[in-house]
Design a protein around this ligand. Structure first.
Ligand code: GDP
Length: 329
């Protein structure tokens, strides 16, 4: 594919995964990779949290850690993430922290001799008005969605750094571009979360308290695609097994729905029967975000968890996490 640099093939790599450092294992995505890697016999997973002294925005700390652990493989699932409100109101934090994490980990990996690296991007890196569904080669063809521009610029820089390491140094560093993810261990912050956890939290509360109405943001007209995080981790491992993966590849379910349809599904999943009120003072964000997943489909992978099943499992996980007091804020 033009712009992707390396023709993708389905030939498998013979290199074992070896020691795999999953950066960001306390987040929803990193935790899903750790769960998925437990099924790979040749993977020896290593994690280190901020509480145990590894601040990924601190270059010297990252270098010391990598020199000590010497991983063969690295999965960069660490990021400062958040929904439309958090991104739009704290752009400096989102840009600086995500740039630092990408640079420290990718550059640290190169210097520590990590032979294989998977960088997690995001579908918001594509232009706001990219033709839908969005193909890999629409990257850098137009202006970004302003509500998440800071995050997107940092992710584009990380993806390009991984690509440059491959081009200039022959290192097998590559990226995945997931669509909107959901699943266990999500961030349920009232203002900072993404739409699905935000709705699950508010609608569940409204169902419990018997509230007559509950708010949702924007007009409800934007269209979004959702992927269960376990599907993403499966796709990531699939790509890490390829001998010549694409420099970056979209991972999605291939289907989208309106935010209005999504709220109805969440209402049903939590058992809420009241009215839904649309707060149109809140931003809508991009009008549509659906990934073109034909490249990954051609390589032989497709999503398996339908939204209905994933949603009801996530609501159950949310209730367990809430009861145990282990929400991520
Ligand atoms: P985006 O995909 O980057 O725009 O980020 P979000 O997941 O935060 O928002 C997706 C869409 O859902 C936007 O149109 C929001 O206005 C809308 N939305 C509706 N209700 C909520 C909510 O409770 N929280 C969030 N974050 N978005 C909501």
């Amino acid at each position: 594919m033009e712009g992707l640099g390396h023709p993708a093939t389905t030939a498998l790599s013979r290199a074992p995964m070896g020691r795999v450092f999953v950066a960001g294992h306390t987040g929803m995505v990193g935790a899903a990779f750790v769960r998925r890697l437990a099924r790979e016999p040749d993977a020896d997973v290593v994690v280190r949290s901020r509480r145990d002294g590894l601040d990924l925005t601190d270059r010297a700390a990252v270098d010391r850690f990598l020199a000590d652990v010497r991983p063969q493989t690295m999965i960069v699932a660490a990021a400062r993430v958040g929904g439309i409100q958090a991104n739009a109101t704290r752009p400096e934090e989102f840009l600086r922290e995500n740039l630092a994490i990408a640079l420290n980990l990718i550059e640290g990996a190169r210097r520590a001799g990590v032979s294989r690296l998977l960088f997690l991007g995001s579908s918001c890196i594509y232009p706001r008005l990219a033709p839908q569904p969005m193909a890999e080669d629409s990257l850098l063809t137009g202006p970004l969605e302003p509500t998440n521009e800071a995050y997107a610029i940092a992710k584009i820089a990380g993806l390009k750094l991984a690509q440059a390491c491959r081009r200039q140094h022959g290192l097998l560093y590559h990226s995945v571009m997931p669509t909107n993810l959901y699943g266990p261990g999500d961030n349920y912050h009232a203002e900072d979360s993404h739409v699905l956890p935000g709705l699950i939290r508010r609608f569940d509360e409204a169902a419990r308290t018997g509230a007559p109405e509950v708010g949702a943001w924007g007009t409800g007209a934007p269209r979004r695609e959702f992927l269960h995080v376990d599907d993403l981790a499966d796709a990531g491992i699939f790509l890490l097994r390829l001998a010549e993966p694409p420099d970056w590849v979209n991972v999605g379910s291939g289907v989208d729905l309106t935010i209005r349809e999504l709220t109805e599904r969440v209402a049903e999943a939590v058992g809420y029967r009241g009215r839904i009120v649309w707060d149109t003072a809140r931003p809508d964000g991009a009008p549509r975000k659906l990934l073109d997943v034909s490249l990954l489909t051609r390589l032989g992978w497709r999503a398996r968890i339908p939204l209905e099943q994933g949603l009801s499992e996530t609501v159950a996980a949310y209730r367990r996490e809430r009861a145990a007091g282990i929400w991520r804020h």
